[in-house]
Design a binder for this molecule. Structure first.
Ligand code: PEP
Ligand code: MN
Length: 263
């Protein structure tokens, strides 16, 4: 059960040795999509040097347009495995279909459910039987209650290792890609014992907003962050405009470090 009344203490979710839900705030960083073995290894090395605890990289990309880059699929998972070998960072990647479960169990430390699949209940039920932690992102048109219900679907199969993620919701505002629902952090923390992390990259959709949204999230009580970082954002195959360069990421990490010590 997600409800805090059944579990008053915060749940600590262990992802390949990195703990979410404790006072230390892990940051997941990496490109939206894995584009090549060299790319993912280079980015993994740089984000690790800046203090990231985990690496992200999309293999199966749920793109709005069928004509956009769809991801390197299984090949990307193999490259992620190599980046993990090179750096020791655990890896997270998104699952889009039940048929990918076996592959994900083999190559990934944390299985991401994207915003578009949060209410794919057959997938949630199947993930209930997986023995890997799940990163469950809030759908961009879903309520907090619906997010928790999706977590319940996973839990009802026996998998209680879930990290929730606020990644922005759709509003009338068009200046930003989505509107980060800052309130979701304290609201969720009150309702549930599960860790809550924030994705400032997809929330704002702009690289200049990543730092302020990340800072606000930590101040509001987030248990972690997931940030898109690319070695050449202008030529990224997906989400370049919101991706930080490794140098920008390093600056953000320094600011976050100061803030985390203050809150
Ligand atoms: C992603 O993490 O690259 C992604 C597609 O996120 P979301 O599902 O939140 O849009
Ligand atoms: Mn992305």
């Amino acid at each position: 059960k997600t409800n805090r009344k059944f579990h008053p203490d915060n749940s600590i979710i262990d992802v390949g040795g990195v703990k979410f839900g404790e006072s230390h705030i892990p940051v997941i960083a990496g490109p939206c999509s894995v584009e090549s073995e060299e790319q993912i290894i280079e980015i993994a090395r740089s984000v690790k040097a800046s203090g990231a605890s985990l690496m992200r990289g999309g293999a199966f990309k749920p793109r709005t347009s069928p004509y956009s880059f769809q991801g390197l699929k299984a090949g990307a998972l193999i490259y992620l495995g190599k980046a993990r070998e090179a750096t020791g960072l655990p890896v997270v990647s998104e699952i889009t279909n039940i048929s990918q479960i076996e592959m994900m169990e083999e190559y990934v430390d944390l299985i991401q459910v994207g915003a578009r699949n949060m209410q794919n209940f057959e997938l949630m039920k199947a993930l209930g039987h997986v023995r890997k932690p799940i990163l469950l992102k809030r759908g961009f048109s879903n309520t907090i209650e619906e997010l928790l219900m999706s977590a319940e679907y996973i839990m009802s199969g026996g998998n209680e290792d879930i990290i929730l993620c606020e990644r922005g919701i759709r509003t009338f505002e068009t200046s930003t890609r989505n509107t980060l629902d800052i309130s979701a952090i304290p609201v969720l923390k009150k309702l549930t014992h599960l860790p809550v992390i924030v994705d400032p990259s997809h929330a704002g959709g702009r690289n200049d907003l990543v730092e302020p949204l990340a800072m606000a999230s930590i101040a509001a009580g987030a248990d972690g962050l997931i940030i898109e970082v690319h070695n050449d954002p202008a030529h990224a195959l997906s989400d370049g405009p919101q991706s930080l360069t490794p140098e920008q990421f390093s600056d953000v990490m320094k600011k976050l470090d100061h803030l985390a010590r203050a809150v």
